[in-house]
Design a protein around this ligand. Structure first.
Ligand SMILES: [Cu+2]
Length: 409
């Protein structure tokens, strides 16, 4: 059956797509309610807000963004669906609507969506740098609060995606400055991580290498982000490969590498087996070189004027495109040692002890893998922040006897 709207257009494909966008919007809102409620209401005894692991802070921040931003995208999709099927004209100029309004609904969510992805990765960096540097997280309170500054500012920058669309000049100026301000709380975090590893006892394990590589790529993406926030630069490179390069540095260079770090770090806790270090390091090297070789050439291409979303290009762009293709090929190959590692170490890796990395955190008090109900009846009382590396201070009440009881169990 095909659906025709009052104008006589067939709208099956768009109708299905918009319904899917609206439904996944609703499901993500429900997911966000769940995360926020769990963090606000179900913390362990003694776990005050300023004793929470930074990963929980960043999860709370990211899910708050979902709660505020997603209704705009979901509502915008429903309005577009109504324009297509019922002949309303929210975005239809002939009926008095405005197509740029859709861009506003879309980007009001879709700029913060990048923070929904990257904030938990900031949490991962904040968890892992202290473990592999053997030092407390530098500036814990500032790192925690900076997550919410990113939430607040992240909600008032979306117009930087539509600078060339004819928005008023005052809007361009306002959104240029608000976008640049984001560099402050993200800079606070970057310097906190550098302060954490500064003069630490660094252990260059696979998770640490992925964190360091991810941080390097993130700083690079931050610099091109400031460039893109600047109205004249943005208009010059709008719709070119420069934007593609910036985005991939954030998403693959920083976010995906942070996620790999987390997978290697918590793999023993999930599976009860240790991942292979050798394969992990090969995976890291191929990923880091591949990502930079793939995404760095996109910047000169964009500055030269190569448009994005094209299937072929002029010969003058060939050199950088060949390099980018080589990098993409390397990135593809990098997945092979990763999958080999995950499968083989899960099946017959070395058995993991409760706390293979000497990390401080509730999960590391439990055996690997933990029992289905985690702590069961004996939920410990938290008495400190989980970053007391080098201080010898316990995380929970009666920690010694607690760990002993676990070993005997
Ligand atoms: Cu944006």
């Amino acid at each position: 059956m095909s659906i025709q709207n009052p104008l006589g257009h067939f709208v099956n494909g768009q109708g299905l797509w918009l319904t899917a966008v609206a439904l996944s919007g609703v499901s993500s809102i429900m997911g966000a309610v769940n995360f926020v409620t769990t963090i606000l209401r179900m913390r362990a005894p003694g776990m005050g807000f300023f004793r929470m692991p930074i990963f929980c802070w960043t999860a709370l921040a990211a899910q708050s963004l979902q709660l505020i931003g997603l209704p705009a995208l979901t509502g915008g999709a429903v309005m577009l669906l109504m324009d297509l099927t019922f002949g309303t004209s929210f975005y239809e100029p002939e009926g008095g609507g405005d197509p740029v309004l859709y861009q506003h609904f879309f980007w009001f969510y879709s700029h913060p969506a990048v923070y929904v992805i990257i904030l938990p990765v900031f949490g991962i960096f904040s968890e892992l740098f202290p473990v592999y540097s053997r030092k407390p997280l530098f500036g814990y309170v500032y790192v925690a609060v900076a997550s919410f500054l990113i939430v607040g500012l992240g909600l008032v920058v979306w117009v930087h995606h539509i600078f060339p669309s004819g928005v008023a000049q005052w809007m361009r100026n306002f959104f240029m400055f608000s976008t640049m301000l984001i560099a402050v709380p993200t800079g606070v975090k970057v310097f906190a991580w550098l302060g954490t590893i500064w003069r630490g006892k660094l252990r260059l394990t696979t998770p640490m290498l992925f964190c360091l590589g991810g941080l390097f790529n993130f700083v690079f993406a931050g610099v091109t982000g400031i460039m893109l926030a600047t109205v004249p630069v943005d208009i010059h490179v709008s719709n070119t490969y420069f934007v593609v390069g910036h985005f991939h540095y954030v998403i693959y260079g920083a976010a995906v590498m942070g996620i790999f770090a987390a997978i290697y770090h918590w793999f023993p806790k999930f599976t009860g087996r240790m991942p292979y270090e050798g394969l992990g390091k090969v995976h890291f090297l191929l990923t880091f070189v591949g990502a930079n070789l793939n995404f760095l050439p996109m910047h000169p291409l964009g500055l030269m004027g190569m448009p994005r979303r094209v299937s072929s290009y002029d010969p003058e762009f060939a050199f950088w495109n060949v390099l980018a293709s080589l990098g993409a090929f390397l990135l593809g190959v990098s997945i092979i040692p990763y999958l080999l590692n995950m499968l083989s170490s899960w099946v017959r890796g070395e058995k993991a002890p409760a706390n293979p990395w000497n990390a401080i955190g509730l999960e590391w008090l439990l055996p690997s893998p933990p029992a289905e109900d985690n702590f069961g009846e004996n939920v410990p009382t938290v008495i400190a922040r989980p970053y007391g590396y080098g201080t010898g201070l316990p995380l929970v009440e009666n920690q010694q006897s607690y760990e002993q009881a676990l070993q005997e169990a």
